[in-house]
Write a new protein. Structure first.
Lengths: 479, 479
């Protein structure tokens, strides 16, 4: 049998832990012979679908409509916005023909959908009542990454990219949309119990073709930063490139203002890395493919126990809880506990002869909290309460994790063997950013606009060259 | 304003009717500058998602697990099964590099996923307990069609192809799986109220790399046949090409037996074409993005009517019915009736001062059945009953449609100006098929194994060259 995830300390050897966890839990298969492209196995895909559903519902609730735009983009459309072409042209896959025939034009396999979408918006947006336009699509996007690839975290076929795009009449409305988007992502990541910093990226490092963007950044157990999502103010650059104008109430034709924001399967990679432990995976209940595993503790002749276990399963299933009963009598209860903990199932229910007699069940939490015994007729409210408690435990663990891997460095001096993100005083200038990067050997990811733990006022500190600090910079090496 | 779908007889000018219906109802946008690739607008995509959900649930219920396999397939993998390569190589898009760099190997953009999937199954299938393996994925597939493209019906980026693949230890198990798949598709198309023939394709026209396949074929208003879905027995050819063996209980390594079956967005094209009429679209309730539109018949000052209409909406919404209230007071009720009928909403509820006074609503059906007045406290059961009645009406209309466009031609003589499918006596031989094709100027689609209306025994008739017939051949020109 292959080496087990269980037993490896993810903070000591994250790469080994991560690959073992993915394989043992059967989430993905990385043996496909194209670098950066992986197979999603049913258990992993189920978790991803549940994760996507949360965000899609949040987008729908706030008036974003799902649409679909083609995967192939003619070069003439792709090349319209010059910065975008420079930013994405070299890392986009290109189709030049079929197996037997060459085309006259080249087609880009979408690395992201601005160009294909805005080409159509030029046709759709005519007047003020067409605005705001709020759309999203869930698609795979393709990027020929030259950085090292990692399953789920950095891939060449990005799986289920949920990209939202909006158009507005005024810059104020676009700004308000940016705030709404940040609020949506906050709720999304909060429900996954993921802690994050929000940074505003420096102007020299914004998305190709954008005015500015906010990034949600978390940290993985190896200390590397991970961008969970990005909220981008596109201003009018694409509007000008694609000539998207509306007739305002004053009869004038005006360019629209645009925003876009996207999240990929990477967020599930963060869930795996941040919530997992030496036992394996640990899914928050909302996205766990199996939320409750029922383990009958019975000999083959204990028909009553098996029947009772099935009844428990049915009671749970009826309220929509995702439950699996492991009634394989060839395996010991201990083996099953270990196995389902490794698979990340947040709650286990044990039933044996005692539980049958007392009409109770015993509930165990994946985080190791003391077991509780519950009357069968209180099962549903208690299980839901246990889900909430598990979420609280996960949130606290994850915040500890983030704190452990975040260092506030107020004096501009190198730190030895530093693993994690650095928070340093900054004035926002490029020269000071370069000094910080040189000192700490990490990149400036942006100015922190939201931190999961309180930070002192930056004005208490000075920058590398002794200027008064105005902001906190977040530095890190990222995936 | 653009020309309206309403008023065109789809049987006289289907192409015009179809394009008008798609545009007026805002289902898709066909103005994207890549031939055969279209935009799915929110209303159309919603109908497609609801349609897909039915089939996905049927697949899940029968033990198929959702997985995901990459879109890009290395040429070395793609080329393993020779017939498959010949069948799909020329119509597959090929990636040879990025915008700025050439790769050493070519990658095929999946036209269907046999090769990428079975490459992995070689790694996954070891013993008898790994079988049967039943998987599906929902992906876009890409085919450089040389036939004329039609939005939704024949495209180059096929949208949401639901492809299922299975592996078995014995040919009998594979045969049983074919039967299960046919049963799944029957239920799927029946729930969409689509009538169909099932044909077994002739050996000279099977799917590339297959033993035989069953096709579900319906007919569009222009008389052209449309393949709704295909159920394929792959035998062992891919198993041999990809060396997929399992160790049997006798200790021997044996090749697996495989089946696959797929359905695309085309089924929604069939719904549009077959159920639509001179008023526009007509969605079966199960896939209607809006199942009920509530139209208040009120002057702006009739606050009571508007409040009552909103209450009706809430009552419906609470039970999960997809409902929209059209309370735009600038438009007349007549305009709204016309508009929502064009959009295919199957049920309309009208409320005016009389309904408020009597605590009733008036229910109108999209198919024009007499309106009924219902007490508010009976609303839900009545609406559900109305949905069933609408389905029955649609089924009957669709069957009439199919009969109208199907001709049993028992004497092998040309038919003038024939629009539709031809059912002709056949002995199954290639030479007789060629005689039929020459006589009727249509292709033999296969032997009919299931017909929506009873057919006489073929043995009552003779073939073109006077042999005794054993089967009914289905002939048609297809999309």
């Amino acid at each position: 049998m292959a080496k087990k995830a269980i037993g490896i300390d993810k903070y000591l050897d994250f790469d080994d832990w991560y690959h073992d966890a993915l394989r043992e839990a059967d989430l993905v298969d990385i043996r496909y012979p194209v670098k950066g492209m992986i197979i999603w196995k049913p258990y992993g895909l189920k978790a991803l679908r549940l994760t996507q559903r949360i965000l899609m519902d949040l987008l729908e609730k706030t008036g974003h409509l799902e649409a679909y735009f083609p995967a192939l983009i003619p070069e003439s459309v792709f090349a319209r916005e010059r910065d975008f072409l420079e930013g994405f042209g070299g890392e986009s896959f290109v189709v030049e023909g079929t197996g037997t025939k060459k085309f006259n034009e080249r087609f880009y396999l979408r690395p992201t959908s601005e160009t294909v979408m805005y080409y159509m918006w030029n046709l759709w947006i005519k007047g003020r009542r067409d605005l705001p336009l709020k759309m999203y699509q869930v698609v795979n996007v393709f990027r020929y990454e030259t950085k090292m690839t990692h399953p789920i975290l950095r891939v060449r076929e990005i799986m289920g990219f949920i990209e939202a795009h909006t158009a507005h009449a005024t810059p104020e409305e676009a700004e308000a949309q940016i705030k709404e988007a940040i609020g949506i992502y906050e709720e999304f990541f909060d429900r996954l119990q993921l802690p994050y910093y929000i940074v505003k990226t420096p102007p020299w490092d914004t998305f190709a073709g954008a005015e500015y963007n906010y990034d949600f950044i978390t940290v993985m157990p190896d200390g590397k930063g991970l961008e969970l999502g990005s909220v981008i103010n596109l201003g009018q650059r694409f509007a000008k490139a694609f000539d998207i104008k509306y007739m305002d109430t004053d009869g004038q034709f005006k360019y629209i203002y645009q925003t876009c924001y996207g999240v990929s399967e990477r967020v599930l990679g963060a869930v795996i890395g941040i919530h997992g432990d030496e036992k394996g995976l640990f899914f928050p209940p909302e996205i766990a493919p199996i939320q409750v595993v029922v383990v009958p503790i019975a000999k083959p002749e204990d028909v009553q126990v098996l029947e009772y276990a099935r009844r428990v399963k049915e009671i749970l299933e009826k309220t929509g809880i995702r439950v699996f009963i492991d009634d394989d009598l060839e395996k010991s209860p201990g083996w099953k506990y270990y196995y389902w903990e490794m698979k990340g199932v947040p709650v286990r229910i044990e039933v044996g002869p005692r539980e049958v007699g007392e009409k109770t069940v015993t509930i165990a939490r994946r985080d190791g909290a003391p077991r509780i015994v519950v009357k069968l007729d209180e099962l549903i409210p208690v299980v839901n309460e246990v889900f909430r408690e598990v979420n609280t435990a996960l949130r606290e663990r994850a915040l500890e994790h983030l704190k452990k891997l975040s260092i506030i460095a107020t004096s501009c001096t190198p730190l030895e063997n530093l693993m994690g993100l650095i928070i340093a005083p900054w004035d926002g200038s490029r020269e000071e950013a370069e000094m910080l990067e040189k000192t700490f050997n990490k990149g400036v990811l942006g100015e922190i606009t939201e931190s999961p733990m309180p930070l002192p006022p930056p004005s208490n500190y000075t920058t590398c060259s002794g200027r008064k600090a105005e902001k906190w910079a977040l530095l890190g090496v990222t995936y």
